[in-house]
Design a binder for this molecule. Structure first.
Ligand code: CA
Length: 231
């Protein structure tokens, strides 16, 4: 099984480094971002299994970052790292959809336990909760079972087509350029032409935006692609 990916957004380098070491030791794949803006860009670059988010950050605050994350993505677990004093931040963080928070200074064992709980809850939710299916209009994508439906019609996608569709859906209504898509779906180390994106967009369009149904995948000339419902 692939290692679970965790994005750590934390400006105190010592803490970020400690988290990275401990989480990697537990078998997770860790990426660090040291300020809010970098954190947001890194967050958008791929689908994460979990985000550890410090509230006091330069650039964009953790709370604002959480707001941006939750605007389009209700299922990536987010655990907040908060200072002891900031009760308000905890409350608004939970209101905004954080899954949990942990107060600094924390015991690493406690943090690791919370991470495990967040993953456990995520799995349970995916199995039990219809809301964890990504949808737009009458398109439904179940990340857990990898089933795709447009209306009542089941659609077969290759693994790569599936990943591409999920990436579009997680970022629905946002225009994504080819570089972003290549990085997220093919990986940072992909060598080759970003035209591969156009090819795969054509493949999934053929399967999803079939005749007589409103198109969901749109080309934004000179920029890239977006999945959205045109009303
Ligand atoms: Ca901080």
């Amino acid at each position: 099984m692939d290692k679970k990916s965790i994005l750590v957004i934390e400006d105190e380098e010592k803490i970020a480094r400690l988290l990275e070491l401990e989480l990697e030791y537990e078998g997770y794949k860790v990426t660090k971002a040291l300020d809010g803006l970098e954190g947001f860009h890194t967050y958008k670059s791929k689908i994460w299994d979990l985000v550890l988010l410090d509230i006091m950050l330069p650039g964009i605050s953790g709370i604002e970052l959480l707001r941006r994350i939750r605007a389009n993505d209700s299922h990536t677990p987010v655990i907040l790292l908060t200072a002891k004093s900031s009760v308000e931040d905890k409350v608004s963080g939970l209101d905004l959809g954080a899954n949990d928070y942990i107060t600094k200074p924390f015991q690493i064992e406690e943090l690791l336990a919370r991470v495990r709980v967040a993953f456990r809850n995520k799995v349970t939710e995916e199995v039990e909760n219809e809301e964890d299916v990504l949808t737009i209009a009458n398109l439904k994508v179940n990340e857990k079972t990898r089933e795709v439906f447009r209306g009542d019609t089941s659609i077969d996608l290759t693994p790569r087509e599936f990943d591409l569709l999920v990436y579009l859906l997680v970022n629905q209504r946002q225009v994504l350029n080819r570089d972003q898509i290549v990085e997220a779906v093919w990986g940072y180390d992909f060598i080759g032409d970003t035209n591969v994106v156009d090819v795969y967009i054509r493949y999934i369009r053929k399967k999803i935006d079939v005749e007589n149904l409103p198109a969901l995948i749109h080309t934004v000339r000179g920029v890239g692609y977006v999945i959205r419902e045109m009303k």
